[in-house]
Design a protein around this ligand. Structure first.
Ligand SMILES: [Ca+2]
Length: 70
């Protein structure tokens, strides 16, 4: 068992998909989930810890800004 708050890859996928479903196409979602997990699982333990999650949220916010042209 990981620390509380850690997200395993499957949970992370479903979370990210629910967050991004109105922003991205299916293909973009799949690419984003894979790329994000590789980039933001900094210690490569196959889980997203809180610190890693904060970085991820920053990424999603940037993505949102790009999408909305800001
Ligand atoms: Ca990790």
């Amino acid at each position: 068992m990981g620390k509380m708050g850690d997200l395993h890859q499957a949970a992370f996928h479903s979370l990210l998909r629910s967050e991004l479903c109105h922003l991205l196409t299916d293909t973009e979602q799949q690419e984003t989930v894979r790329m994000v997990f590789i980039n933001y699982d900094a210690d490569r333990n196959q889980k997203i810890s809180f610190d890693e999650y904060v970085n991820l949220i920053a990424y999603i916010l940037r993505k949102l800004c790009v999408k909305h042209g800001n």
